[in-house]
Design a protein around this ligand. Sequence first.
Ligand code: SF4
Length: 233
Amino acid sequence: MESPGSAFGPLSRSESNETLTKQASTFDPERQHDSATAKIVASLDRIGQALRSLLWDQTRATGLSPIQIQLLVHLRYHGLSQSRVGDLARQFDVTPATISEALSTLVDKKLVEKRQDPSDGRARVLALTNDGRRRAEDLGTWATSVEVYLKALPEGEAITVMRVLMGIIERLQRDGVVSVARMCSTCTYFENHSGGREQCPYYCSLLNKSLAERELRFDCPEHEQKVDGASSD
Ligand code: SF4
């Protein structure tokens, strides 16, 4: 079954690759002129640019690199189960060596420390020190100024945008372009009863909880990847 409320019809990996290679550049203004999809992708690119620019403002203010800031914020809001070097490399789509280098500076600055992994005594996880935690909470607001612009959207429109973006990310993950996306729609515990009459058509069988559309999670700590092709019904 397609993801919750997906606006997309089925498209295989080979079809999607073929479609992409046939397209002209998204950034050709002539092509953008009469293409809503090209304008959407160009807009996402521009928003990404704005977010990177805000992150660089924090970099200039703190002397930390963008990846170091992202690591601090990630460690603040995610558990130890997602804080091995390999987890962090997958999360940020960089090599383990890049993560290790960024972390060694954070360890030197006493913002991060290595701890024994509670689930595997031979492994090490990364955790924030008290100073690191305070720093991460200050730094974690760098994207909020973009979110402020979305607050003016009526909830129905915001949910539609959310669903469309999550649908795109799900497809990018399926094609290996996005490495990590812990969304309900790709989770083994997710049940989709949207074909019925239920007021809350979505259900998490791990949390034993009905989920309204706006509650569908984007980055769930309990997420377990659904095996490809498994139904969410
Ligand atoms: S475990 Fe998390 S991601 Fe999975 S269905 Fe439940 S709420 Fe959604």
